[in-house]
Design a protein around this ligand. Structure first.
Ligand code: ADP
Ligand code: MG
Length: 863
């Protein structure tokens, strides 16, 4: 490479220290990027790529963004998961010898943004750290915007950790550079997070207050990794960081990553939107803090009966006293985001307006407390004790800040009269000075007898006495010194005016400067109150979430669940909380759900589109709602506490995952089987579809048998393999149920009613009809079906799947023995579509590809 100029040498030196970030290199009014940074940034930001030294043999790719609009560009990059290092000139170019000194002053990363416009107020923004020890992992979560820290020890295998991480809103994970490469790749690709590195894990005494509840070396070590990263690379104040909350995983219901996604707890599968998710239905909070908390609760339902009952009790009380609840909502609406505000106080970027909003929010507290005391329920009254009025904070802000300060903190107009003596003197001086000038104008007019004489001010010349040319002769000699000549007037200054001018201007300048200093002092004083603000924020979010549960429970007719000791579950007239919301009122068909020791496994059959998946999901959602302490959508519910929920949707149905092949399906079924206990809930929806019929059926049967004989977890298993219904005869605790559909004049009518026993037909062809496939095709399919059925193709019972061949693989039939394939009738159907269909290699396609291909083929025959 050619020899670089001194400035480019400086650039390269700094860039070498920030290899994984875009280096925004300050040059005049621009941040410039060079080399690969420039090429990538030009593409990501859609800005023009230019060249530096374009005449040289080896011009350097370059692009830049204006300093004043940099924030938007930074936002785009950070949202895409990149890091941006801001490199500024740190000395005055006028006095610099040689190249101006530059330094990276801030590293902006997805997990550490604090800027208001880069954060979603209703969501936490976690940076996590992951540390690997022998036989265990530690995960630490930290939200820099709110100061929350949480820490969990995993004495499980790696898959447990991945499932846990997937369920949290993490943008960035800090790991050791020595973490196994394969694990790093998984974090990057499966979780789509930004990875950062910190190898320094020594404990810094500064952190003592944050960690004095942690007694395990591993926890301290992992927490230090994260804190060191934040401190070293972010150069951030950690003043608002709260003590780490130790998450005892045993106290929570654990959800595998598929459950969170498939059950659409916080966002929908396809569009990734909150609308259509369970959170969308349940979040009736009115504060941003409450909104963040309800999401947290959903991501980690409880397992502790006492805690659940306590929440339910409060929801019950709030449900019943709805007038007081309405008042409560009104007050909460006017409460500002204290938690994020505390973070910004620590970070030093609150303005006076923020503090006024804080003050007004705090003034609501006595009212809030009094209102909670009006509830008859002791649990709610106890909550009132968490609210105390921080008089000292309100007083400080009351006496120091004016009620309507400007946004800028550097231009004065912030501090109240009477707060600071010296400031008052300056302000008096400037106010009095102005009065004095008005008086002087009168005096001069009288003395000179010039009616048009006036005193004015401009930035360049300061104060002046203006006299029209016609009246100049009336001015006495000596005292008036000419300052400026206009076309028909002259402007003068007198020694008296000059002296006053100096006093006024000085006072104004000093007062603005002093106001700024005083504001900084107040802001620093506020730092001491951060923990109090955080405690209040917590109490407010808590009550907000619970009032939200009461509100939604009342609006949607939910009922309070009870929890049985004997691990049985009985739900009368259960509904799907989300689907019933998007359907016409009253059109959702409710169903009972019964599970107990004798009926541990429900095998659900029924045609496509009849409601099998819906039924399974509504059970899981009801369980989760109950365990976060919310009422549930049904007429009555006797629930049981589940320790884990596993959900697996057959690969063929799992369009979103894309990569979801049969192999992944099996790996994940294995994850459920390896971790489930008799206290778990397993939902297996059409498992085994990703492979050929007999393989799939055999595996499905083997899985059911295994769960039945070894795990005893409560399981819902939907299947389109009718053959599996025969299992009811051999597995004592398995019961068949089906979703009823009726044929009416050759069409299928879905009743969405769950009935005992197995479904008799699959109705698949009728569904094809509903989907508007051409009539000849449907007729042909009916013909084939009849033929197949006539030949008795359906085996009524399968050999046990444990009968594997000598290589240990499942192969129940060889190609030759496999009964009937539709191919026997191929001579009759001649169409290019059929030819193309045959040529497709299904196992080389993602589900999405398959959809597209089907669509194309269908178009060919529709014409
Ligand atoms: P399956 O899994 O059997 O193919 P789904 O559970 O996906 O069927 O249900 C298909 C559609 O039927 C749903 O999107 C919903 O609109 C409707 N549906 C399902 N269950 C009910 C019900 N209990 N009441 C009313 N509509 C229902
Ligand atoms: Mg389904």
């Amino acid at each position: 490479m050619a020899k670089q100029t001194p400035m480019m040498e400086q650039y390269l030196r700094i860039k070498a220290e920030h290899k994984d970030a875009f280096l925004f290199f300050r040059l005049g009014d621009f941040y410039e990027m060079f080399f690969d940074d420039a090429v990538l940034a030009a593409r990501e930001l859609e800005i023009t790529l230019t060249k530096r030294d374009s005449n040289s043999d080896d011009p350097i790719p370059m692009c830049g963004v204006p300093y004043h609009s940099a924030e938007n560009y930074i936002k785009i990059l950070v949202e895409k998961g990149y890091k941006v290092a801001i490199c500024e000139q740190v000395e005055d170019p006028k006095v610099a010898k040689g190249v101006v000194k530059r330094e990276v002053i801030q590293l902006i990363t997805p997990g550490t943004v604090m800027e208001k416009n880069m954060l979603n107020e209703k969501e936490n923004n976690f940076i996590a750290s992951l540390s690997h020890f022998e036989n265990s992992y530690v995960v630490v979560y930290s939200d820099l915007s709110t100061g929350e820290n949480r820490i969990a020890l995993f004495e499980t295998d790696w898959s447990g950790v991945i499932h846990e991480l997937y369920n949290q809103p993490i943008r960035e994970i800090v790991v050791s550079s020595k973490l196994d490469e394969d694990l790093q790749t998984q974090l990057r690709e499966r979780l789509k997070v930004t990875l950062s590195y910190q190898d320094e894990v020594t404990f810094n005494a500064e952190y003592r207050d944050l960690c004095n509840n942690l007694h395990d070396e591993r926890l301290l070590n992992a927490f230090s990794r994260l804190l060191n990263y934040i401190q070293h690379t972010q150069k951030r104040s950690l003043d608002h960081m709260q003590q780490a909350e130790l998450i005892e995983l045993d106290n929570y219901l654990s959800l595998d990553m598929y459950s969170k996604r498939n059950l659409e707890l916080t966002e929908t599968m396809m569009k990734k939107e909150k609308r259509g998710s369970l959170l969308w239905v349940l979040d009736k909070t009115v504060t941003a803090m409450g909104s963040r908390m309800v999401k947290k609760w959903l991501e980690r339902p409880l397992l502790n009966r006492t805690l659940i009952e306590e929440r339910l009790e409060i929801v019950d009380g709030l449900y019943q006293q709805f007038m007081e609840r309405d008042d409560l909502r009104e007050i909460l609406k006017s409460v500002y985001d204290l938690e994020r505000l505390a973070g910004r106080i620590a970070f030093g970027n609150v303005n006076a307006r923020d503090l006024i909003q804080l003050r007004e929010s705090l003034k609501k507290i006595p009212h809030l407390k009094a209102l909670l005391e009006q509830f008859s329920q002791p649990e709610i009254q106890r909550l009132a004790q968490n609210f105390y009025y921080p008089t000292h904070i309100v007083d400080l802000l009351d006496k120091s800040l004016v009620d309507d300060p400007p946004i800028s903190v550097k231009e004065g107009g912030i501090i109240k009269d009477g707060y600071h003596q010296q400031l008052d003197t300056y302000k008096d001086a400037s106010r009095n000075g102005k009065q004095w000038i008005a008086a002087l104008e009168q005096k001069e007019k009288q003395e000179t007898n010039i009616k048009s004489l006036k005193i004015g001010y401009n930035r360049v010349f300061g104060y002046y006495i203006e006299v029209t040319k016609a009246n100049l002769h009336l001015l006495p000699e000596g005292r008036y010194h000419r300052k400026q000549t206009l076309t028909n007037a002259e402007r003068f200054i007198t020694p008296e005016l000059k002296e006053k001018e100096q006093l006024i201007l000085e006072a104004e300048e000093k007062s603005v400067e002093l106001e700024y200093q005083l504001f900084i002092e107040i802001r620093d004083q506020m730092k001491a109150y951060i923990p109090e603000l955080q405690r209040l924020a917590d109490a407010i979010s808590h009550i907000d979430v619970l009032q939200g549960f009461a509100t939604v429970s009342e609006a949607n007719n939910y009922v309070r669940p009870t929890f049985a000791m004997n691990h049985q579950l009985q739900i009368r007239q259960s509904r799907h909380p989300v689907i019933e919301q998007v359907m016409k009122e009253g059109s959702f068909v409710p169903n009972n759900i019964d599970l107990d020791e004798e009926n541990n496994i429900l095998l659900i059959t029924g045609p496509n589109m009849s409601g099998k998946s819906t039924y399974m999901r509504q059970l899981a959602l009801t369980v989760i709602m109950g365990q976060i302490g919310c009422f549930v959508p049904c007429e009555s519910a006797e629930l049981t506490l589940f320790d884990q929920i596993f959900t697996r949707i057959g690969a063929a149905d799992d369009l979103v995952a894309g990569q979801s092949t049969f192999m992944v399906e099996m790996l994940e079924a294995n994850h459920a089987i390896a971790n489930a206990t008799d206290k778990s809930l397993i939902l297996l929806d059409e498992i085994g579809r990703g492979t050929s019929t007999y393989d799939g059926m055999a595996l499905a049967q083997a899985i059911i048998e295994y769960i039945h004989n070894h795990i005893h977890a409560k399981t819902l298993f939907s299947t389109h393999y009718h053959e599996l219904t025969a299992l009811e005869n051999t597995l004592a605790n398995l019961k068949n149920i089906h979703v009823r559909a009726e044929e009416y004049e050759g069409n299928v009518v879905f009743l969405h009613q769950i009935k005992q026993g197995a479904a008799d037909e699959s109705y698949g062809i009728h569904v094809a009809k509903l989907a508007d496939l051409p009539n000849p095709l449907i007729e042909r399919a009916s013909e084939i079906l009849n033929e197949l059925e006539g030949k008795g193709a359906k085996p009524t019972s399968l050999p046990s799947a444990q009968e594997t061949n000598s290589t240990g693989q499942l192969s129940l039939f060889t190609e030759a023995e496999a009964p009937n394939k539709a191919s026997s009738s191929k001579a009759k159907v001649e169409s290019p579509v059929i030819e193309e269909l045959k040529a497709i290699d299904l196992f080389d396609m993602t589900p999405m590809d398959a959809m597209n291909e089907l669509y194309r083929l269908q178009k060919m025959i529709k014409k």
